[in-house]
Ligand binder design. Structure first.
Ligand code: XIL
Length: 426
């Protein structure tokens, strides 16, 4: 255990050193802008792997190995406790409190997975796990290997599952089900993936080639996860953020540029083809409650739902105090009415520039009371909101770093917003 803790401390230090700052989020009249920033966490390099017959694309299931020490068993001995953290064992549990309503999830970073006290709190509170970054396309797509032998890998980029494996081992060890996030997204996807020869100075691929690469990536991820962790992943964000705020498709997305509007339908078609039965397929977006954006999202995903390829809508929910939770719930109900599908709240955080708001913690807590009260009323009226995920553990780790957006302080002290959610339970 001592060795584990030393390694974990080293890993944490390495990740902290390797990361710099957070989001460019804002709390104006709309939800925060999408992340265009690359993930800052460390990635195992597959650069030196030879492109040989052994890892031919059609058979490529790489040998996954741990790239970091994971806390797979929590050390609860009080004398081992890192004194920088407060004791959290006596906190009420979100997952227990809401177990008759929905999964209660958290976005988990690699920093959390290497730390005993973060892990203790995470697994006590949450029964659903989303990898904050480590299961995004740039975590797996091994374009560097592909670029060394571009003819061989032309239609099928190899995937390195090391970081995926860490996430899934951790979730499984701690009895958390997993929301897969995400397969097809304009952000945190290597630019090289979209270009001829995996060379970003070359032209974009043509549509036909890009769709082959998309299909093969989706196939590899869904088949590998199902073969190695059957039943662990209950939902996938198949497509993330394809729609702009109020002007239809996100035109600057490489997916849109290379494939055109039907990349969304194609992604769902492939996901349905390769997903194990029972794995739910979601479209996920921010500002998904706003009327114009909802109209544009529905226009794109309704035919996909009608074709039987969509099971749910993920509403990211990076919110601020400007929002009326009742308006939000009207949008939740509309998705269900129009599509007959489930809804997940996938990335909830409620932030503000703390310097500009007096009594921020109380205001955040009051918001949570109203939000979770309205949410339960909506569920009781028959709308299936089956999963709620908070986007991170402590305020200092949030992508909205200076906005006090999460439920726990840096030292793991619970904030009034945490108590408000517990107390809002009927
Ligand atoms: C964010 C992570 O929290 C950051 O650590 C990373 O640097 C950028 O991405 N919408 C999404 C999430 O779907 O994947 C984003 O996560 C936040 C916005």
């Amino acid at each position: 255990m001592k060795k584990n803790r030393l390694l974990a401390a080293l890993l944490t230090a390495a990740v902290i050193l390797g990361s710099c700052g957070s989001s460019d989020s804002s709390s104006g009249t709309s939800e925060t802008a999408p992340a265009d920033k690359e993930a800052t966490e460390t990635t195992a390099s597959a650069e030196d792997k030879p492109a040989s017959e052994e890892n031919a694309p059609t058979e490529f299931i790489p040998e996954a190995k741990n790239t970091q020490e994971l806390i797979l068993e929590v050390d609860t001995d009080p004398s081992h406790r890192d004194k920088r953290f407060v004791e959290t064992a006596d906190y009420a549990q979100l997952k227990e409190t809401y177990k008759d309503k929905f999964y209660f999830g958290c976005a988990v970073s690699e920093r959390v997975m290497g730390n005993n006290e973060y892990t203790e709190l995470t697994v006590a509170q949450f029964n659903s796990y989303t990898a904050e970054n480590a299961m995004k396309p740039d975590s797996g797509l091994d374009w560097k290997t592909a670029a060394k032998n571009p003819e061989f890998y032309k239609e099928h980029a190899p995937v390195n599952f090391n970081r995926f494996k860490n996430c899934l081992d951790y979730a499984q060890a701690h009895n958390m089900k997993v929301r897969g996030h995400t397969l097809v997204w304009h952000s945190q996807t290597p630019e090289e993936f979209f270009h001829v020869n995996y060379d970003k100075t070359s032209a974009f691929c043509d549509k036909e080639l890009m769709l082959k690469r998309m299909e093969n990536y989706i196939k590899d991820v869904l088949e590998w996860t199902n073969a190695n962790y059957p039943g662990l992943i209950y939902a996938w964000d198949v497509v993330n953020e394809a729609i702009d705020d109020g002007s239809g498709m996100r035109k600057q997305s490489n997916w849109y540029k290379v494939v055109g509007e039907d990349f969304v339908a194609k992604a769902f078609e492939y996901a349905r083809k390769y997903a194990a039965p029972g794995v739910k397929l979601f479209y996920n977006d921010y500002n998904a409650y706003q009327a114009r954006k909802q109209r544009d999202i529905l226009k794109v995903i309704k035919p996909i739902a009608e074709a039987g390829n969509l099971d749910g809508v993920g509403m990211q929910s990076h919110l601020g105090l400007y929002l009326n939770p009742n308006d939000f719930m009207k949008a939740v109900k509309k998705y269900h009415d129009e599509l007959g599908c489930e809804i997940h709240i996938t990335e909830l955080d409620v932030g503000n520039d703390k310097k500009k708001v007096d009594d921020w913690e109380k205001k955040q807590a009051d918001f949570m009371t109203r939000f979770f009260t309205a949410l339960q009323k909506t569920i009781d009226e028959g709308v299936p909101v089956t999963s709620v995920t908070i986007w991170g553990l402590t305020d200092d780790m949030s992508w909205r770093q200076n906005e006090g957006a999460l439920l726990f302080e840096m030292d793991l002290t619970k904030k009034p917003a945490f108590d408000a959610i517990i107390e809002a339970k009927k």
